[in-house]
Design a protein around this ligand. Structure first.
Ligand code: NAP
Length: 325
């Protein structure tokens, strides 16, 4: 029996590709260029399944999806699926799956590391030691920031947000949160208005999905409400923060500091970031350990292989109309 055709929109982990190859005829899209266009033109009419992820840089927007008339399922490597037009996919009855839960604790660990580094300047303190300055110039300066006198406002209180909030609360730091709806199983105080919460706290941790609904949600008004002692941590998506407004707020002292794991136009981020002193920068490493990426890879493969076998994919996204066979 001929296997259904699957297209990887960029290189995937060997763990994923080897398992997909048992259930599908797999093609992997090369990086941009004539070979990529040629492969797309050749295989697109037969593609039943896509395996994709934000890291491939390929957006499954309406125009891209229109190239695949037989497409039935999209397996996304990652919990965030803002690079996929889920509305168009749902209209066509295409199942979209992602990788929730398996990365929540790792991303929460990263968020805590980024928060601590931003507030206590560990990166800069290590550079100070490595440069030899400790012996010649004395102790590293006392940090202006501390977690000891802070209140954290979570922007987003889903799976990862709750894992972060649990850690922050264990550090003895008060936590409140903002999202579109109050969570019945979350005891932290809730704000229905982001600016009001920003006024009430001095630290924001952003962990919502990306996409049009959250675009530039952290804007000049929110940063101004956060105030001079303000610290902003973004582990969500670059698009959630108005970058020019944040850069201006950091340079002119509207807020104190920021820690960013995600950016506009990754990996070609605005080079101006490199000259902003009061920002801690990470190259989108929220879930990037071998342990967690293997878990995400396995779930990605499980979802797609389940489809090929006529079984129910484990983790379809909320927008997918699929309710089982
Ligand atoms: P989740 O369980 O779906 O939680 C999303 C949270 O955001 C919910 O609290 C949701 O509450 C809130 N939210 C959604 N839309 C909102 C809006 N328009 N305004 C305000 N709040 C909104 O998702 P998750 O598993 O925690 O993952 C969250 C996101 O983290 C992912 O989508 C991804 O973008 C990001 N992420 C980043 C990394 C990294 O490497 N840095 C790794 C993994 C995930 P309401 O629905 O009530 O608003």
């Amino acid at each position: 029996m001929t296997k259904p055709v699957l297209l990887e929109t960029g290189p995937m982990m060997a763990l994923i590709t080897s398992q997909l190859a048992e259930a599908f005829t797999v093609h992997t899209l090369p990086d941009a260029g004539p070979a990529r266009d040629a492969m797309l033109a050749k295989v697109a009419p037969d593609v039943v399944a896509l395996c994709t992820g934000g890291h491939t840089g390929v957006k499954s927007d309406a125009a891209m999806l229109a190239r695949f008339p037989k497409l039935r399922v999209i397996g996304n490597f990652g919990v965030g699926y803002d690079s996929i037009d889920v509305v168009t996919a749902a209209k066509r009855g295409i199942i979209v799956t992602n990788t929730p839960d398996v990365l929540s604790e790792e991303v929460a660990d990263t968020a805590l590391g980024l928060l601590l580094n931003t507030v206590r300047e560990f990166g800069r303190a290590e550079n100070y030691l490595r440069s030899g300055a400790w012996a010649t110039q004395g102790d590293y300066q006392l940090t202006r920031g501390s977690l000891r006198d802070r209140t954290l406002g979570m922007v987003g209180m889903g799976r990862i947000g709750q894992a972060i909030a649990k850690r922050v609360a264990a550090f003895g730091v008060p936590v409140v949160y903002f999202s579109r709806s109050k969570k019945a199983d979350v005891a932290f105080p809730y704000y229905s208005n982001l600016v009001e919460m920003a006024k009430a706290v001095d630290t924001l941790m952003v962990i919502t999905p990306g996409g049009p609904e959250t675009k530039n949600m952290i804007n000049a008004e929110v940063l101004s409400a956060l105030g001079k002692r303000g610290v902003l941590i973004n582990v969500a998506r670059g698009t959630v923060v108005d970058e020019p407004a944040l850069m201006a707020a950091l340079r002119n002292g509207t807020i104190e500091a920021a820690g960013l794991d995600v950016f506009w136009n990754e990996p070609n981020i605005n080079p101006e970031w490199l000259s902003v002193p009061n920002v801690t920068l990470l190259p989108h490493v929220g879930s990037a350990s071998i342990h967690t990426r293997n878990g995400m890879g396995q779930l990605t493969a499980d979802n797609l292989v389940a489809y090929a076998k006529g079984a129910v994919p484990k983790t379809p996204v909320a927008e997918t109309p699929f309710k089982g066979w």
